[in-house]
Design a protein around this ligand. Structure first.
Ligand code: 5MM
Length: 334
């Protein structure tokens, strides 16, 4: 029997687990590898993903992994396709389906995401390759007079059309309206930007008749701008993030997964733990990329002799974030 979208979303939000975002585009992969002295070749990007997907015991911590479309056809050194490997381990393969983003004409400093025109055909192809859920990211910049309502509405319409198409293909859409950490704004300004972004998005999703119980929100946390000079204070981040989400996100969505957005692994873990300690109407968990991968990539350095250390660093962080998603994180103990 084909599971319902609601059940598929619940499987991704399974207690004690979360999602790894391993969906870096070529440009983002270069930013991760080059500082470590690793060449950003197609094979090194494949090796990075093999490193994460073959780590011991990850199925205890991960319900799903988001792949980059071209990595759906990548294989391990032993010749096992990545989606097959994940399925065998009981991890649901997903795929990022936006084609990036770029300038929104007439709205300096704001961007719109791309990819709807070819999405229907690509979804058929990705499903055949093993993907069972999808993710689309749009970005929201905070500046003097931005975000504007027009840019938020334009992006919300794109996210809603994406979600409708994905549900028609019987896959769970993750909608990711990332309010960026970069900037000089205050914590209060970040909360305002989150609230207007999410309110606009959910009004639009409802008007497109999206089945909310079969949809997951990938949310950023409310943070003072990275270049603001304002230090991060965990109780403030947690309080403002919870307030913004409670004020704007309907209680009947499938769940909320958080992105790390440039926080350190420890910050992203501590903040998630604080959010989990609140009484929330939706299940919450992580869908980090950088905060899960950073320590392991540093330990690996592109050297096959360091795979064991890299796996150890990755699984250690997974253990912490899994504790945090239930409010059980006690700090960096081991
Ligand atoms: C891994 O980065 C994802 C893809 O971004 P690009 O298209 O720029 O390569 C991104 O969507 C990611 O899934 C989220 O931003 C969460 O990642 P972080 O590192 O913020 O946890």
């Amino acid at each position: 029997m084909v599971p319902t979208l609601e059940k598929m979303a619940a499987d991704l939000m399974a207690p004690g687990k979360g999602i790894l975002a391993a969906d870096e585009s070529e440009t983002t992969m270069a930013k991760r590898l080059e500082p470590l002295g690793i060449a950003n070749t197609v094979d090194n990007a494949r090796r990075v993903r093999e490193l994460f997907f073959t780590a011991p015991d990850i199925e205890k911590y991960l319900s799903g992994i988001i792949l980059y479309a071209s990595s759906l056809t990548n294989e391990t050194a032993e010749g096992v396709a990545f989606p097959r490997l994940l399925e065998q381990r009981g991890i649901i393969p997903g795929v990022k389906v936006d084609n990036g983003h770029g300038e929104l004409a007439n709205f300096p400093g704001e961007e719109i995401s791309y990819g709807l025109e070819t999405l229907d055909t690509r979804l058929t192809e990705y499903y055949e390759l093993g993907a069972r859920f999808t993710k689309w990211r749009s970005v929201v910049h905070i500046g003097d007079d931005i975000p504007t309502i027009t840019a938020l509405q334009a992006n919300a319409h794109v996210l809603a059309q994406y979600a409708a198409m994905v549900q028609a293909h019987h896959m769970v859409p993750i909608v990711e309206p990332e309010v960026l950490y970069s900037g000089t704004h205050t914590l209060e300004r970040s909360r305002e930007a989150h609230e207007v972004t999410l309110r606009t998005l959910f009004r639009t999703l409802e008007s497109y008749q999206i089945q909310l119980s079969g949809l997951i929100l990938k949310a950023s946390m409310v943070l003072p701008g990275k270049e603001s000079g304002i230090p991060l204070h965990a109780p403030d981040v947690v309080r403002e993030t919870v307030a913004a989400l409670h004020a704007t996100v309907p209680p009947n969505i499938g769940g909320i997964v958080f992105l790390s957005g440039g926080q350190t692994p420890a910050e992203a873990t501590e903040h998630l733990n604080g959010i989990a300690l609140h009484k929330n109407p939706w299940p919450i968990t992580f869908s980090y990329s950088r905060a899960l991968e950073e320590e392991a990539l540093l330990a690996w350095g592109g050297n096959d002799e360091q795979v064991h250390d890299a796996h150890k660093a990755f699984v250690r962080r997974l253990r912490y974030v899994v504790q945090a998603r239930s409010g059980d994180y006690q700090g960096e103990t081991a």
